[in-house]
Design a binder for this molecule. Structure first.
Ligand code: CAO
Length: 416
């Protein structure tokens, strides 16, 4: 079956995580993604955190599946010529170099448009163009700090904390993928390409939208009723770190279950949905709370919410996280066990849905990766191994019209 993005050719000038996550997604859906890498070195993640000698690291293989690899030294004259040919024949070029690197390489947006007016040039940078930090190089945690995630994550008595989720990297890549598909749709209508840019700071801020909501409420009334600081603690003039409090209108907390003393993940997340108060009381065997005016409205519960969570923890003490969720699901209570990565890696449902999938790699052997989190009724996403460094160099060059001798000359000149 033909894949929806088949026929779209993408020059993948990306490295590390933010850019590769974007192009990998487009490759899954059928785009021909040609990863351009420096000869002899390649994407730095091929070597980072290796655990099998001589094989690409999981950091690389898990972010570059379904792509082809072309080695090309774009700082040589011959390398630049190859890139020019590639630009003329491609639909999209994606890059996440440090600020100014593409211009220094001789491929400014103006030059790219000259070569191919239909080209979509998609870029990830740490900060957006014109930002007072636009010259900075940025990695994941830097973006989380610049985007409001770190200042609002963690506990009030601890330092700003970064999330393990790649809010700066993969999240920015996903935003960029949406931008690319939008620009391609625009090109279908007008024939014109355009430049699409997502900064890591902006992508993090987009996910911290509710914290900007909270800042404005705090400015207006001086407190935030859903934070653990209310009503007994103190607020300053900035959104505080709220620990594990629910971010919306439903109070929630991470609660200990049986075995928490030795198992760091023997917890569930429990949500007190306002309209589910009666079922919650029934599940806990606290029927007397159902109509008690000291408990039966969200407002009445606010000043004793931590005591209520304490009562729920007492109820959880003899139940594992899985047993607890199996009981609570019958009462329609939004909750989940806190799953470790080990539990996720062997989860039957995640394997069946393809969210966790096993891939065979010629050097690394078999490994797990995260498949498409987007499910389609009419598209099967097959995850294939990432390419070896330069695996498709000759094939791509032949596709650009180079004959055997010219390809050999490019190798001799160390341009590929
Ligand atoms: N042939 C020749 N040169 C190449 C090349 C190729 N195929 N591919 C890359 N290069 C060159 C670039 O042209 C650049 O050269 P100059 O700096 O001399 O002009 C050089 O390699 C280094 O590029 P870089 O600045 O991107 O790399 P870095 O390791 O110093 O920085 C990073 C890495 C990620 C901090 C930086 O790329 C960055 O800030 N990117 C934007 C934000 C981003 O995406 N960060 C997320 C990364 S995921 O955590």
């Amino acid at each position: 079956m033909s894949q929806p993005l088949e026929g779209i050719k993408i020059i993948d000038f990306t490295h590390v995580q933010a850019g590769p996550a974007c192009t990998q997604l487009l490759a899954w859906f059928g785009a021909d993604v040609i990863k351009v890498e420096r000869p002899g070195a390649g994407d730095v993640t091929r070597n980072q955190l290796r655990h099998v000698e001589g094989a690409d690291a999981l950091y690389f293989t898990m972010l570059n599946s379904n792509k082809r690899s072309l080695t090309l030294d774009t700082k040589t004259k011959q390398g630049k010529e190859v890139l020019e040919k590639l630009i003329k024949e491609s639909d999209v070029m994606v890059e996440n170099f440090g600020p100014g690197a593409l211009d220094r390489m001789g491929f400014s947006w103006e030059k790219i448009q000259e070569l191919n007016p239909g080209m979509v040039l998609a870029s990830v940078k740490g900060f957006s163009d014109g930002h007072h930090y636009e010259d900075l190089k940025v990695y994941e945690n830097v973006a989380q700090c610049a985007g409001g995630a770190a200042s609002t994550t963690g506990f009030w008595d601890g330092p700003p904390t970064v999330s393990a989720a790649a809010l700066g990297d993969s999240n920015t890549g996903m935003h960029l993928a949406i931008g690319i598909l939008t620009a391609l749709r625009h090109k279908d209508k007008t024939g014109r390409g355009q430049k699409v840019a997502v900064s890591m700071q902006d992508a993090v801020i987009n996910l911290c939208r509710v914290k900007l909501r909270d800042q404005q409420r705090l400015d207006a009334i001086g407190y935030l009723e859903e934070y653990p600081q209310y009503p007994h603690g103190e607020f300053t003039d900035v959104v505080p770190r709220g620990g594990n409090a629910g971010g919306g209108g439903q109070p929630g907390w991470v609660l200990k279950c049986k075995g928490w003393e030795t198992d760091p993940n023997a917890y569930i997340y429990f949500t007190i949905q306002g309209h589910a108060w009666a079922p919650i009381c029934k599940a806990l065997g606290k029927e007397e709370w159902i109509d008690d005016p000291a408990y039966n409205t969200a407002r009445a519960r606010q000043d004793k919410i931590m005591d209520i969570f304490g009562t729920i923890e007492a109820w959880l003490a003899d139940k594992t996280k899985f047993e607890a969720v199996d009981i609570l699901r019958k009462f329609d209570i939004p909750c989940s066990p806190v799953l470790s990565m080990k539990e996720i890696s062997v989860d039957k449902s995640l394997r069946e849905s393809g969210t966790i999938t096993e891939v065979q790699h010629p050097k690394l052997g078999s490994y797990l990766t995260v498949g498409s989190p987007i499910k389609f009724s009419d598209l099967q996403v097959d995850i294939k191994a990432s390419p070896l460094l330069g695996e498709h160099t000759n094939e791509v060059l032949a596709g650009l019209g180079y004959n055997q001798q010219q390809i050999a000359e490019l190798h001799d000149a160390k341009a590929v």
